[in-house]
Design a protein around this ligand. Sequence first.
Ligand SMILES: [Zn+2]
Length: 378
Amino acid sequence: MHTLWHRTTGKPAHSDTRDKSAKTTFNKLWRATTGIIVGLALTGCNGLPIAQSEATATLEATATATTAPSATPSPTSTATLAPTATATALPTATPVPTLAPLRAEVKLDSPEVEQGSVGTIRVTTNRPTTLRGTIEEERQLFFFSPDGLHHMALVGVHALAPLGHQPLRLVIDSEDGQQLAFDTEIKVIAGDFVSESLQFTPEVAQLLDPKISEPENIRMMEVFNSSAPDAVWQGLFDWPVEGTITSEFGTRRLYQGEVNGFHTGLDIDGETGDTVLAAAPGVVVLAEELQVRGRVVIIDHGAGVMSGYFHLDEIGVEVGQEVEKGEPLGKMGSTGLVTGSHLHWEMRVGGVAVSPQEWLETDFAAFPTEQIEQVAAE
Ligand SMILES: [Zn+2]
């Protein structure tokens, strides 16, 4: 059993000018890790299923201290109006509104996430809240919520991320000024990646020059980090084209005999002219020719999630265009740094390249309705 939920801290909201820092207390209710084994079959390159377990923690803030300052005008006015009234009435005449304490249930679908995979954080609160958070102490998480009560963030784990624990910090704010802060961590475990060697013609190999690739990489990161806040997809992604996979995501790459990073997408074999389809609904945020990636379409699915379609022969969409799942984006080709005609399909979460295949098997946008009912019933 993993005990990765190691600490809960509660702090008063510092945006509030009322002095309640010394008064606010938090009950920390812990629900033992349930250890439910779910059969999510994450397939890495070797196709081995990886059992995942769930980790859940419930935290609660007591509201009495927080609400006390707002009740002070009431007792003072009562006292001046009726000084001779029965003193015993005074204590009962101070109506301290009992605001339900802010509660949050925080759940990781799995406390362990493979390199190049996606971790899911689900948070349910008993009244409307806003969430923010960081992973690795600096990378911002995209939280999205359909109703202010149910929140979710996807954590893209880099294919070359160091193994071990990565700190995860969440801050939950309610409209009335209560705040819960929560520190935990996810454990990065090794992905199973292979290595491959690529040989290019001298002409194509020129594109490996950092003078060409770096400005393009910077440009791509700007696009990947400009996602819309709300998720616009539901359910599973579809294959953008059918064909043999010729290079898996995460493959360590040797160009001209030297290690040159890893494969940030999935290569699907096909013929020039084959129609390439949108893997999920979204908005086109890039549709142009680049030197290394060739003719590229990038779709923003919201909440930090984007998909990329590289080396196209023709582009059939425009920036700003909304596309549905299965809508044609263009034609497969061999533009840019390639050895032949294929589609390079890429998935990004918070700017981090992750395994596209996971999106065909896992519904990352699903909200846990059973948690909603559980919190409402308490
Ligand atoms: Zn590729």
